[in-house]
Design a protein around this ligand. Structure first.
Ligand SMILES: Cc1cc2nc3c(=O)[nH]c(=O)nc-3n(C[C@H](O)[C@H](O)[C@H](O)COP(=O)(O)OP(=O)(O)OC[C@H]3O[C@@H](n4cnc5c(N)ncnc54)[C@H](O)[C@@H]3O)c2cc1C
Length: 669
């Protein structure tokens, strides 16, 4: 073992990941004129964009149909108002939203337009205008398919089946820069073929959300994430406390929003073996009317929101599901065959119990049939068909559910060109924590398109050097490569204490879903951190069976790194006086409970915007990470005087703003 057992590739810019963000980065770089590029991905068909969807999967952009007096600045303000969001990023995401969107239209994503060619929209959550649009339940899949065609059209090379395990770095005068990556070839059959080094001048890092940290998750099974690898390399994390959680089915992972709730199904729980079925919502609502309305509202108030747990709000349901599953150890289901018992009399659905809003909606949709499945069949037959195509017949069986992790608003920190503090390293897409506490539905897909365009523009204009030679990379990063390879070799050599990798992953996920998801407490987080430390020690001193386990072993290590960082961020947030906000509730002995019948762990106080102008950043260290707080960067001042902008544009001034280290361009004199 001399650390030279790897294949070497030299490429000017590599893009890690093949979701909607990574593919668009590749296409944008090519169009910007940088063609010594390649995509490195653990799986062409893997990731969230390719494999997920929802009732009406949304893309968020500035309005493009008549009658809406929208503007870049207004959209930036909406994004900025989401709290703990940098204003420069909000401005860029707004400014480029239309360009990103129309690029997708041009390459064939079927977003609907009217006869005049107006791309119409609808209101999504946290959206004052009708900025949401959709190509249907599989919008992000259509995006990846269309972008793949472009990648093929430009013959951009793809290294498929390479899992990045190490980001190679060099110390510079004022920090660090990226120099390439070390990856394992997940399909390698023999020793000497497992490792590959990609020497690269620039890295666009598009590894998606850190899905692998959670046991209860609506991310596709094929999505795990690569944030831990980047944290170890020195990239800063940002807003790691902020993620989204909501009710989803678990056998086939799908968000249960929209009509799945608006038809008002029955919520039941059972013992693990399926016995002892009972409804569990009733006792916590003061009357059937409130309970039925809360179920209905869940349709368009999908993410868990602690502000909606009070006064019989829709998020009380997420709390009750958590109580059944996590505290009582039961399984939870939606049953579309039966109405909630409290809404039935003599076998008939009592429409008189419906809130006027729910009644009006169901009546207008012709959806007042006697059972939830009949209402769903009438209003959205495709919703039933979707489950049938995944082997679940809603006519005949209950649907198992949980409150699942769905999206990371936080992630890696970047400036307004999406470059990390680790120079030449550009996190784009969900791994970039550009969002704050609340974000309009659909802004994740927009951010991925905008960030990837932005990174490509900066790289093409500013970072044109060639990548290091084989010798150069060995000289600068040889120690890092050797250490990473030795980490795997040691585990392979150790045959007396072999890990059950599947069980280890499960333990990691269950810990996060119990302590670091939508219900949190200071004590719980400290317990989770202690368990995390013990598990990290165990995996670093135990063995694995065969070279084919290496990919899981490296992954486990970095998921534990991410988990530690997220938990440390949560611990620090609470220690700084942070209260419940976004999509999580924090236990607070001075708070109140949504219902007196609930246990103490649901006692909480709401955050009163005291922290909305602050961003938490984290530098990872193996013992204790360094955490700091800073003010949000404001929305940059208006810079729209044509002649002045044209001059600065011609002279490349805008790229220099970043080089000077500014997070956003200061107003020019
Ligand atoms: C159920 C659900 C519904 C959603 N609905 C919406 C919506 O309506 N609107 C919206 O805006 N957003 C929505 N989102 C979020 C949105 O889909 C994602 O944020 C977005 O698709 C992420 O795209 P991405 O390109 O950043 O990452 P992904 O599409 O997840 O791609 C990540 C890529 O990186 C690869 N990769 C990961 N780690 C490594 C590694 N170590 N080495 C090599 N490759 C690696 C993966 O294999 C994959 O190819 C939803 C998410 C879910 C789960």
């Amino acid at each position: 073992m001399d650390g030279k057992d790897y294949l070497l590739h030299r490429i000017q810019t590599i893009i890690i990941g093949s979701g909607a963000a990574g593919l668009n980065a590749a296409v944008s770089l090519y169009k910007e004129g940088q063609q010594d590029i390649a995509i490195v991905t653990e799986g062409k068909m893997m990731g969230t964009s390719r494999n997920t969807g929802s009732d009406k999967q949304t893309y968020y952009k500035m309005t493009t149909c008549s009658g809406e007096a929208d503007s870049v600045r207004q959209m930036a303000q909406t994004l900025f108002d989401g709290e703990a969001m940098d204003g420069d990023l909000a401005l860029v995401e707004a400014a480029l939203s239309v360009r990103g969107f129309f690029h997708l239209v041009d390459i064939g994503v079927p977003f609907p337009c009217n006869g005049a060619g107006e791309y119409i929209g609808y209101k999504t959550d946290h959206d004052p205008f009708r900025r949401g649009t959709s190509a249907g339940p599989l919008t992000s899949r259509f995006m990846t398919e269309a972008l793949w065609h472009e990648v093929e059209r430009y013959s951009i090379p793809v290294f498929d089946g390479y899992q990045v395990i190490e980001i190679l770095t060099e110390k510079t005068g004022d920090g660090k820069r990226a120099r390439g990556v070390l990856a394992v070839d997940v399909r390698a059959s023999g020793p000497g073929q497992v490792y590959a080094v990609f020497s690269a001048e620039n890295i666009v890092y598009a590894t998606g959300g850190e899905a692998g940290m959670y046991e209860t998750s609506v991310y596709p099974v094929s999505q795990t994430g690569g944030l831990g690898t980047a944290l170890r390399a020195g990239a800063k994390g940002k807003n790691l406390t902020e993620s989204q959680f909501g009710i989803a089915s678990t056998r086939f992972r799908w968000n249960l929003s929209g009509t799945y709730q608006q038809v008002i199904p029955r919520y039941v729980s059972t013992e693990q073996d399926g016995s002892g079925e009972r409804e569990f919502l009733d006792g916590y609502f003061d009357c059937p009317e409130h309970m039925l309305y809360a179920i209905f509202l869940k349709g368009y108030q999908w993410p868990f929101d602690p502000r909606k747990t009070r006064d019989h709000g829709s998020s009380l349901i997420d709390i009750l599901v958590y109580q059944e599953m996590t505290l009582k150890g039961r399984r939870v289901f939606l049953d579309y065959r039966k109405n909630p018992s409290c809404s039935e009399k003599d076998g008939r659905f009592q429409t008189a119990l419906l809130h006027p809003e729910a009644y009006g909606y169901l009546e207008s949709s012709g959806g007042l049939q006697d059972t939830p499945i009949k209402r769903l069949e009438h209003m959205n037959p495709a919703a039933i068909e979707l489950y049938r195509s995944h082997g679940i017949n809603l006519h005949e069986e209950k649907l198992e559910i949980a409150v699942c992790a769905q999206h990371n608003n936080g992630g890696l920190s970047g400036n307004w060109w999406w470059e990390s503090n680790l120079k030449h390293f550009f996190p784009v897409g969900e791994v970039n924590g550009s969002h704050g506490v609340y974000r309009p539905g659909g802004s994740a897909l927009n951010s991925g398109q905008v960030g990837s365009m932005r990174a490509a523009a900066y790289i093409a204009h500013c970072y044109q050097e060639k990548p290091l030679s084989g010798e150069g990379i060995r000289e600068l990063c040889g120690g890092q490569i050797l250490a990473a390879i030795k980490f795997g070799a040691r585990a392979l050599a150790k045959q007396d204490a072999v890990l059950d990798l599947r069980e280890e992953r499960k333990a990691l996920g269950m810990r996060m879903s119990r302590y670091g998801a939508h219900i949190r407490s200071y004590e719980g987080i400290r317990t989770a951190l202690m368990e995390n430390r013990i598990q990290r020690q165990r995996i670093e001193t135990s063995g694995i069976n065969s070279p084919s386990d290496l990919k899981h072993y490296y992954r486990l290590r970095d998921l534990l790194v991410s988990q530690k960082a997220y938990l440390e961020a949560m611990e620090d947030y609470i220690a700084h006086g942070g209260k419940s906000r976004g999509s999580y509730l924090i236990y607070d002995e001075h708070g109140d409970k949504p219902s007196e019948k609930l246990p103490e762990c649901f006692r909480s106080l709401l955050e009163q915007h005291g922290m909305s102008g602050l961003i938490q950043e984290l530098e990872y260290y193996q013992d204790t990470s360094r955490i700091s707080w800073r003010d949000v960067r404001p929305i940059p001042e208006d810079d729209c005087w044509f002649e002045a902008v044209w001059k600065r544009y011609r002279e490349g001034e805008y790229f220099k703003g970043n080089k000077a280290g500014a997070g956003y361009l200061q107003k020019q004199p």
